[in-house]
Design a protein around this ligand. Structure first.
Ligand code: SAH
Length: 252
């Protein structure tokens, strides 16, 4: 069996219990060496064969999986955060489908959630933002024109921008042109939940300078929105006057 497993954002104890068990039972692990914490490999048995996908092509990855299948081995494909976000998981699944090979998918904690925890913040405080836009700047990988950062900025919602720390100036300009004030709070979270994590609190206008001053151009999220100001109304859910399915409120 092949299991795609989310490794979590970095800290080795932020993998799911299921993911950890799958690593313990694995005969073969193909892990994304560029972003996955190697400490996670300590969950594997001593006979487990380990491959670093950072040095492999898609075809080579699929070959290792197919070889494992022929021998009846348990293969884990370990990918950073949650594999459904910029995980290039679709193309792997497609190739396995074409070969009639079955697989499962164990989710993980995305770095965007690791970063929120590090920031001790809620992305969706009432009356501030009730939506989170997950996106990236266009680099060598194209982004559909309808999904430009500029167009999303018009919503003024919370934004989590992946894969773009090396383009902080472009991101900052696009956000401002799209409608955010240059004073909107922003954060750069580098290696969220890793031991060398860095959190830089800045503004939309200050993103490029903050990234440059701290030497950050990869493995970071750019996070934008008024939620970072820790403002917002309290929720209805825990309001004493509010009645819902599980609790009767004081409101007549
Ligand atoms: N599937 C992953 C994202 C993979 S794309 C997830 O769910 O997190 C790789 C990008 O994710 C990096 O360029 C960076 O923007 C972000 N990233 C991954 N791990 C990170 C971490 N620990 N801290 C901050 N950003 C991270």
């Amino acid at each position: 069996m092949i299991n795609f497993v989310g490794a979590g954002p970095g800290a080795a104890d932020l993998i799911t219990v299921r993911g950890m068990r799958l690593l313990e039972e694995a005969d073969v692990v193909i892990y994304a060496g560029s972003l996955v914490n190697p400490k996670l490999l300590e969950y594997t048995s001593k006979d487990c064969r380990i491959y670093d996908s950072a040095k492999m092509t898609l075809e080579e990855i699929i070959d290792v999986m197919c070889e494992g299948e022929k021998k009846g081995l348990n293969t884990v494909r370990l990918q950073t955060g949650d594999p459904s976000i910029y995980g290039a998981i679709y193309e792997q699944m497609l190739m396995l489908d074409e070969r009639g090979i079955n697989y499962k998918f164990c989710p993980g904690v995305s770095s965007m959630f690791g970063a929120a925890a590090s920031l001790k913040a809620e992305y969706t405080p009432p009356e501030v933002s009730q939506s989170v836009i997950i996106t990236r700047a266009e680099g060598r990988t194209p982004v559909p024109a309808k999904e430009s950062i500029k167009s999303f900025a018009g919503h003024g919602a919370t934004m989590v921008i992946f894969l773009s720390a090396g383009m902080a100036e472009q991101v900052s300009n696009d956000l401002i042109e799209g409608g955010y004030s240059d004073k909107t709070p922003a954060a750069i979270v580098y290696k969220a939940t890793w031991e060398d994590e860095k959190i830089i609190r800045t503004t939309v206008g200050g993103l490029a300078q903050s990234a440059a001053q701290n030497g950050i151009n990869k493995t970071a999220l750019i996070i934008v929105g008024e939620f970072l100001n820790k403002t917002g109304a309290r929720s209805k859910l825990y309001d004493p006057s509010f009645t819902h399915e599980y609790r009767k409120g004081t409101e007549k």
